[in-house]
Design a protein around this ligand. Sequence first.
Ligand code: FNR
Length: 389
Amino acid sequence: PRPVERDAVRRRLSRCLSVDDVERLARRRVPGAVWDYVAGGSDSELAMRRNGAAFDRIELMPTTFGQVAAPDTSATLLGRSAAAPIVLAPTGYTRLSHHTGERAAAVAAEQAGLPYTLSTYATTSITDVARAAPGGRNWFQVYLMKDRAVTRAHLDEAREQGYEALVLTIDTTVTGMKRKGKQNGFAIPPQLTARTMAGMARHPGWVADILTTQPLRFATFSEGSAHARWGMSNELREQEIRPADITWLREEWGGPVVVKGVQSVVDAVAAVGAGADAIVLSNHGGRQLDRAPVPFELLPAVVEAVAGRAEVYVDSGVRSGGDVVAAVALGATGVMVGRAYLYGLMVGGQRGVTHVLDVLTDEMRRAMGMLGTPTLAHLTPEHARLRDR
Ligand code: FNR
């Protein structure tokens, strides 16, 4: 690490008091096409905008004079203690955000005492992430492949490397249309066109970091295979996932299975019935079905229907500790965060992710202190009220 850059990172991060601050700085750190890929949503981006707006409509309602000196944010996630009810969500092609990519995110999560989820579409291998964060709670996100032998190989490697849980994503029948990416020629794996090269020329540091470290490629597939070349293609992925696939996965894996991308009470109940230990209400951060329901708004009905038979997580739009507190108050076991930590990664690699996780837990602690809730168990639906607008 270059000392000069380290100081610049520290200077930049010290100015960021919120995830929104980190987002503003992040935008300047990466080529425009990378920014559009990470920050954008699908189609008209309606679902993405609604995700954020829903959290803004929440009021947190103090009780017991709203005074607690030292609230405790610790949570039980998949039956084990974590520093906060926060899980780092799986994100494909993380090394686009910063050359240290998945390793940096996993190490920051390990140090913060939070689980980290590695994507099937990662740019760092299952083994390399485990080696970087050997004491971490690493989860592996499964995109079920039509060729189940490829999925079995993922399970074997994850088991071998001590991963704690599988996260099966069920909302990606086809990859959502990111209009900006399509228009500006952005593709994964990246293709060099006049336009993408012009964008990269404005970020020589970013380009140099990528070129001088490991190659940018789908690292969870064996090199040279069709999957490594065409990773995200719809044709290779199982496009018709059914509850029976959850049962199959659970038997093959033998450990906890989380089902991510649940968007209705009916599917929540079906996933739990098929053996899911946890579900994640998610619309993929507004990157898949446009006009998808806002996961946060599904929470109360799903929590009621699941009735304690499985843990219920929620993601899509979490940008502050107050958002996390609101989700827990409405019955969530925890939240996943995606873009929030990617923005931290863009600004300062591993230290940027650590900064974002610190901001979120600090905000949680302040909110809980003023709400009068010493622990997460004290948070109840009476602490969160949805305003009409
Ligand atoms: C994602 N997400 C995602 N989910 C998944 O199951 N597998 C994946 O490979 C990816 N890839 C991915 C890439 C990028 C750049 C983003 C931003 C997101 C979705 C992710 O896990 C999570 O559901 C959302 O990011 C949550 O919304 P927020 O926190 O970004 O608003």
